[in-house]
Design a protein around this ligand. Structure first.
Ligand SMILES: O=C(O)[C@@H](O)C(=O)CO
Ligand SMILES: [Mg+2]
Length: 258
């Protein structure tokens, strides 16, 4: 049975983040994840997880100035110091929240900078982070994101991500396989997942078009989720979709998997 994590940057958006944790637990999610915990006191977050009885599955390394359109520091050559400082803060939060996995956002490719230099920077940052996280018992993942939702995001395909992993050449580095982004960037969803299974540390789901609940679009999530089970994927499956109406009204698709 897939283990579902509620992505609180998308679900229960009608209430503040801390309150979303209890709602996710009431609806049967075993874990929560979100883009960023850093605006919140880690002790408050840890307390809310404990009271609700859910785990923290994932969050991202500090990703720069989100409001200004930044989407990660991973590939940015002039932000390496900031990346490293952010890693320390992320480890601190992950230990407080008992979070097993952190996601590194590659970032928007700056105009006019050689792509090979961006690849090298990203690979070096991942190679710096992976062993430090391993020492703290935390896994590292990074995620191809489609160009339509995030124009100029540096990594959009699994081929590119695999090339970066080869350059980084470290243990403790896996992929975050987001079926929504994969559908837009390259398709071939289940065979692609199966080929990369041993290198996938976290999964996320949403339907396409619209990035709404499974069952609202063209992706056959019955087939996809059965495949995850059949292939023995035992990581978290992050529900990273925008509910068509409210989160609760849109949870019908999950009943089959309880
Ligand atoms: O797919 C996404 O957009 C996310 O997983 C993320 O963390 C960046 O927004
Ligand atoms: Mg995602």
């Amino acid at each position: 049975m897939p283990k579902f994590s509620a992505n609180l940057s998308f679900l229960y958006a009608e209430v503040p983040l801390i309150e979303r944790i209890a709602l996710a637990a009431e609806d049967g999610f075993g874990a929560v994840e979100y883009v960023s915990p850093y605006a919140h006191d880690k002790a408050v977050l840890a307390g809310a997880l404990k009271v609700a009885g859910v785990k923290q599955a994932l969050f991202n390394l500090p990703a720069g100035d989100w409001e200004a359109g930044e989407r990660g520091l991973g590939c940015l050559p002039d932000r390496v110091d900031e990346f490293r400082r952010g890693l320390d803060m992320a480890i601190d939060y992950a230990l407080a929240l008992d979070c097993p996995t952190l996601n590194c956002l590659a970032g928007i490719a700056p105009k006019g900078v050689d792509k090979a230099k961006l690849d090298r920077t990203l690979a070096e940052n991942l190679a710096y982070a992976a062993p430090r996280l391993a020492e703290a018992g935390i896994g590292l993942v990074f995620e191809p994101i489609n160009q339509r939702d995030m124009p100029d995001y540096h990594v959009s395909t699994t081929d590119h991500a695999e090339a970066i992993m080869a350059m980084a050449g470290v243990e403790n580095l896996k992929l975050q396989y987001d079926f929504y982004h994969m559908q837009i960037s390259q398709g071939d969803l289940v065979p692609g997942f199966e080929r990369l299974l041993a290198r996938i540390g976290h999964v996320q789901i949403a339907d396409h078009p619209g990035r709404h609940e499974p069952g609202t679009g063209e992706i056959n999530y019955g087939f996809v989720l059965e495949a995850l089970d059949r292939l023995g994927f035992d990581g978290w499956v992050g529900c990273e979709y925008r509910p068509l109406t409210t989160t609760r009204e849109g949870l019908g698709w999950m009943k089959r998997w309880r």
